[in-house]
Design a protein around this ligand. Structure first.
Ligand SMILES: Cc1ncc(COP(=O)(O)O)c(C=O)c1O
Length: 408
């Protein structure tokens, strides 16, 4: 099992404490379980750490796909420099926030383009065909499009959980095709802002992230030499990971900051005004989220104990190992009703779906007195939780979501 993120421990009553209250307080406030609870102070601490360590000119955009819960986005808007979006649904979710926004993703429809144009969102085009369609829609609606080219880089983010470069890809335009596309977009009088390079997600290696960022800057400098266009903005991607599993350790943020500062110091003077961006999702919100689910039944079978909960993979697919993982491993899990007690008894934490895949914890240690009615906490649930899960499957009750904030 992975380590519980630092700072989570027992309240005086022995239950898991979140934002100075035992979980029972939050569950009552929210109206029950299953519940995703997001600790805003943890998100604020991540942003503060980023600002402390990363070069000051670097802008921080929040990748809304990681967690699009409305109240969280509203808090996020005060903390970050922009939003990275992936659909017109996400555009709508942050429409009331006046921050820089961009939309990326293959297969954008005419309706997506129109929504982006009307909302002033920078469109990261992923192919020549998309560029053409965007220009056509822009002419029809009479809005000069803000565009950046998403480049499929000739390198990848080494060791990343999800690699998005160095391969044939649905994402981005192969680097050697970019100069022609630049010429096309300039010819169409687009507001061509620059480039977006996303080499992968979920890396815990500062060295790999720094290498990808440096390679991105080299690529952009080379494209600038080829095209003569100095980009107004360059989105360097992200990929900052969090430890989910046994043996994983947190990303060394200081080392990323130092490496990036060095890479920036090598940039030609032409780039002095270029807006440099990283877009992060899980690193900002992942560890701030706890998924809470109540034990409905405890049963023995084949010499094993099963704790059957009111949750399941329909809310927290990733914890069941079915969200793109090669190997099923346990997220950090604890009995949130008995944090003070020693966890010695192996149990399977399951949901109530009609499939053995609905396994949230495989032989995780729980306290001996674990009982029906106790609440199980799955940590690292703040990113790719509810909206990355098939929550209509079996029409079980929806999970609740709430910000844990002591005021209001
Ligand atoms: C283009 C792009 N940006 C940002 C992200 C966010 O990644 P993460 O939540 O790991 O930071 C992703 C993840 O798939 C992505 O594809």
């Amino acid at each position: 099992m992975g380590s519980i993120p630092a700072g989570f421990g027992p309240a005086p009553n022995g239950a898991l404490e979140i934002e100075r209250h035992p979980v029972g307080y939050w569950i009552e406030k929210a109206g029950g379980t299953p519940l995703f609870l997001y600790d805003v102070e943890r998100v604020e601490a991540q942003v503060a750490a980023f600002r402390r360590v990363m070069p000051s000119r670097l802008k921080l955009h929040y990748a809304v796909k990681a967690n699009p819960f409305g109240p969280l986005l509203d808090r996020m808007a005060a903390l970050v420099d922009g939003f990275d979006l992936a659909s017109r649904g996400e555009i709508a979710r942050v429409a009331h926030h006046d921050l820089p926004k961009s939309i990326a993703g293959p297969g954008k429809s005419i309706a997506d383009h129109e929504a982006a144009l009307r909302a002033g969102v920078v469109v990261h085009v992923e192919s020549e065909g998309e560029a053409q369609r965007l220009c056509d829609v822009a002419t029809q609606v009479g809005i000069r499009p803000k565009v950046a080219i998403r480049v499929n880089p000739p390198f990848l983010l080494k060791g990343a959980g999800m690699k998005m470069g160095g391969l044939a890809s649905a994402f981005g335009v192969d680097a050697e095709r970019v100069p022609n596309l630049v010429a096309y977009l300039l010819d169409q009088d687009c507001d061509l802002r620059g480039y977006h390079v996303y080499a992968g997600s979920q890396s815990l290696s500062a060295e790999a992230i720094v290498a990808a960022q440096a390679a991105t800057l080299d690529l952009v400098v080379a494209l600038t030499a080829q095209t003569g266009m100095v980009p107004a903005e360059v989105n360097l991607g992200g990929g900052f990971g969090i430890p989910y599993y046994a043996g994983e350790t947190p990303l060394a943020l200081d080392a990323v900051g130092e490496g990036l500062a060095q890479a920036l110091s090598r940039l030609p003077p032409d780039f002095a005004e270029t807006r440099l961006i990283v877009e992060l999702g899980r690193w900002l919100v992942g560890e701030a989220g706890v998924y809470l689910t109540r034990i409905l039944d405890l049963k023995e079978s084949g010499g094993q104990t099963f704790a059957v909960t009111d949750g399941g993979l329909q809310h927290m697919l990733a914890a069941s190992g079915n969200f793109g993982q090669f190997l099923r491993r346990n997220y950090p899990i604890a009995n949130a009703s008995r944090m003070g007690e020693e966890a010695t008894v192996p149990m399977n934490i399951v949901g109530r779906l009609c499939t053995p895949l609905d396994l949230l914890g495989d032989q995780v240690s729980m306290p001996e007195d674990t009982a029906v009615g106790d609440v199980v906490a799955i940590f690292c649930a703040g990113a790719y939780g509810l909206t990355a899960s098939p929550h209509d499957f079996l029409s079980q009750p929806k999970a609740l979501e709430m910000l844990a904030q002591s005021q209001g």
